[in-house]
Design a protein around this ligand. Sequence first.
Ligand code: KG4
Ligand code: ZN
Length: 380
Amino acid sequence: MIILGIETSCDETAISLIEASGELTNPQFKLLAQVVSSQTAVHAEWGGVVPSLAKREHAKNIISVLTECLKLAKLATEEKPNLSAEKLEEIKQLLVRESDLTKNFIAFIQTTPIPKIDSIAVTYGPGLEPALWVGINFAKALALTWNKPVIPVNHMAGHIASVLIDNQAVDFPAIALLVSGGHTELALVHSWSKYELVGQTRDDAVGEAFDKVARLLGLPYPGGPALSALAKQAPPEKLFSLPRPMLHSSDLDFSFSGLKTAVFYLVKDKILTDKEKSALALEFETAVIEVLITKTFKAVEKYDARTIIAGGGVIANLKLRQVLTTKITTDYPTTRLLMPPLELATDNATMIAMAGYLHLINNPPNFDLEKIEAKGNLTF
Ligand code: KG4
Ligand code: ZN
């Protein structure tokens, strides 16, 4: 079946089309088209994501993202929809809170033939609620127009599903390390329909810590990629020593705000040389990775996990990927490590469409659109 995925939980407006088949034990996915429109430039001057701007940008861009995705996928189409005045009114009502979108949406559906898709999967949380609502209302309006069901998808389940693009069969139980700008979590994945949160950050998310420390070092937003590029230029000698917060705590939780504060005091009222800046970037990256790796393998041992699934924007960090790979090869040769390709590590809609398929083969499709709502603090 063909699934259209929609993701607007943060600052990427993303739409993908995938072809999915197979049982829950062996799902198969083929990516037909993926389009991601990033708002990074809009939020950069504020040093982080501004929810009202994110909502405005999603509403402004989502139709052209869909148009491009449909064009790339070259799907078969049916006739253009023949909408009654009543149905048009219903669609307008639905989009009433997305006034920026309504006029363009009506023009779009009247000129676009119905694509041959089976379902629409959309992120309903966690994330920024105003941003989530744009995707949800857009999905509902498309569902009404094209008469398709909507699958509500948990964004974090999406990050977990991101590793399935290469048609991996996963041995359970699995431990998922989810690291992004908004989350730092360890989840125990019993099966594709049962997830359990077993550890999380008590304060900042790891991506957020990267972004804040990058800012302290004068680097642009988003800080993760910039900071790790700077760390690569570090001198061989160690110039700074940062704490490894909660490294030896008995639980599986994390804390990153102390690390950010430690960097703050190191740079306060000082002008660091380029050499010092890069050494500090490396020490920060090393400290973060050490904590993430230690807790992940602690969880693997505690739950006797057969697979590690790593996902989220911070998994785009090459050093973290490398350290995870080395550790598993040398110390845990019977455990498997699954990571998404780089373009599916940061937010995208392919992972939402894949998680939507996993959900759909467990649950009946949802035609009751009214029940789907944004849940900013959604957990597993
Ligand atoms: O998953 P994602 O795209 O969005 C959220 O759901 O938050 O993650 C974005 C986060 C940002 O904080 C960004 O700085 C971080 O992922 N990130 C990285 C790298 N690439 C992106 N952090 C460290 N190293 C990277 N190479
Ligand atoms: Zn994410």
